[in-house]
Design a protein around this ligand. Structure first.
Ligand code: SF4
Ligand code: SF4
Length: 191
């Protein structure tokens, strides 16, 4: 299979098996990375921690299955793969998600996708397959949409976004009690 066909095949396979978004970018400008977005919802917090743990487990199972399938396909084609799951605590996927065209930096400090808002969990597959990183093969892309909204800022009970800075110490006491108001109000965050 040539690389373009392989990229299309992988994108469709991921979307058909539970990924909501698939994009391609490069880390350190040279190493290809496949970024995938999976379901997340602030509503999971309502019965925190039982619902959160259960839902995270379900999405982890789906996303891991997708990553395993893609890794197997890439290996069959002779490429190296390595991946980080949605629960990976190493690294910050946000710059990769933005450069893969799956969202923009939001004023809530998260990546905001036009359709899903900030409500996504991301996983990454690193490979040496020479995939294209232009938008030609990305099936969903975002547009600029986070300039005048300010809903996350207005809704925050802790005033954690004062002066365009995120004040973590103000947020934490609320977040630990299950506050996710800034996610809830973010556009498209309805899953
Ligand atoms: S989680 Fe709650 S307290 Fe923290 S930034 Fe979001 S809205 Fe504010
Ligand atoms: S609530 Fe509005 S301003 Fe805040 S991150 Fe979402 S789109 Fe951007």
């Amino acid at each position: 299979m040539d690389t373009t066909d392989l990229q299309r095949y992988i994108t469709k396979k991921a979307l058909n098996n539970g990924a909501l978004l698939v994009g391609y970018t490069k880390i350190r400008r040279t190493e290809p990375v496949i970024i995938m977005g999976f379901e997340y919802s602030d509503k999971w917090f309502f019965n925190f921690p039982i619902t959160l743990t259960k839902k995270l487990g379900e999405v982890y199972f789906i996303s891991k299955n997708v990553q395993d399938m893609i890794a197997k396909e890439l290996k069959r084609e002779g490429y190296i793969t390595n991946y980080k799951t949605i629960l990976s605590i190493y690294g910050d996927f946000r710059p990769l998600v933005v450069s893969a065209g799956l969202g923009e930096w939001g004023r809530n400090g998260l990546v905001v996708n036009k359709k899903y808002g900030s409500g996504l969990l991301y996983a990454a597959i690193f490979t040496n397959a020479p995939f294209k990183t232009e938008n030609t093969l990305i099936l969903q892309t975002s547009e600029k949409h986070c300039t005048e909204c300010e809903e996350c800022i207005k809704s925050c009970p802790a005033n954690a976004f004062e002066n365009n800075t995120f004040h973590l110490y103000r947020c934490m006491p609320y977040a630990l009690k299950g506050c996710a108001q800034c996610l809830k109000v973010c556009k498209g965050n309805n899953c």
